[in-house]
Design a protein around this ligand. Structure first.
Ligand SMILES: Cc1cc2nc3c(=O)[nH]c(=O)nc-3n(C[C@H](O)[C@H](O)[C@H](O)COP(=O)(O)O)c2cc1C
Length: 179
């Protein structure tokens, strides 16, 4: 089965993006995929042209290269995706190590409108770098009402919606394998 990287774009100590991605992870494991977790708060990444200490960008590119597909999870911050995620894309190689590979998008937000704005922007950027963005995205509104403090999802519809991200990517991978 495929190696799929789950990318957590939040750097909050305990974050809802991480809670959400754990549900996707379980779904992918059920389908017997290998799951690699990329937690962006663990990566020191430079802006293009910048020299920084403890630069983890080469390690990041190695992980991205090893994955055949991705689930990218991001909270909506100020009507967009996180700055750390943009920095990850800048450090993903040029051309990107994500080029030509399927990407499933999962967005979460506090607001009632969900993460629709950030998801649209992510679709644009990932299409630009040559990833194959799956048509169906997952957007979860009022995220704080959907999980308890221990990270358990307390809303069944939300849980089913999040699982779709894993199911759809797995289905897409098996479809392209038979072509
Ligand atoms: C800097 C910042 C900007 C935010 N902007 C938005 C926003 O534009 N729309 C929204 O619905 N929620 C917004 N939020 C709320 C986050 O989407 C919410 O706190 C979410 O749980 C964060 O996910 P995380 O816990 O994975 O970091 C913002 C939060 C922060 C910290």
């Amino acid at each position: 089965m495929a190696t799929i990287a789950l990318i957590n774009s939040s750097v909050q100590t305990k974050n809802y993006t991480g809670f959400t991605l754990q549900i996707v992870k379980q779904e992918l494991l059920k389908k017997e995929h290998n799951v690699v977790e990329i937690d962006l708060k663990e990566f020191n990444l430079p802006f293009p042209g910048e020299k920084i200490e403890n630069d983890n960008s080469a390690e990041l590119r190695k992980l991205l290269k090893s994955a055949e597909a991705f689930i990218v999870g991001s909270p909506e911050y100020n009507g967009s995706f996180t700055a750390k995620l943009k920095l990850m894309i800048e450090n993903s190689g040029y051309p990107s190590m994500m080029k030509g590979k399927p990407v499933g998008l999962v967005g979460i937000a506090s607001g009632v409108l969900g993460a629709t704005k950030s998801l649209e922007q992510l679709r644009t950027v990932f299409s630009h770098i040559g990833s194959i963005v799956l048509p169906r995205v997952v957007s979860i509104a009022e995220i704080e009402k959907k999980f308890d403090d221990d990270g358990n999802c307390i809303d069944q519809n939300t849980e089913s919606e999040i699982k779709l991200a894993g199911k759809n990517l797995s289905k897409f991978l098996s479809l392209i394998k038979t072509q």
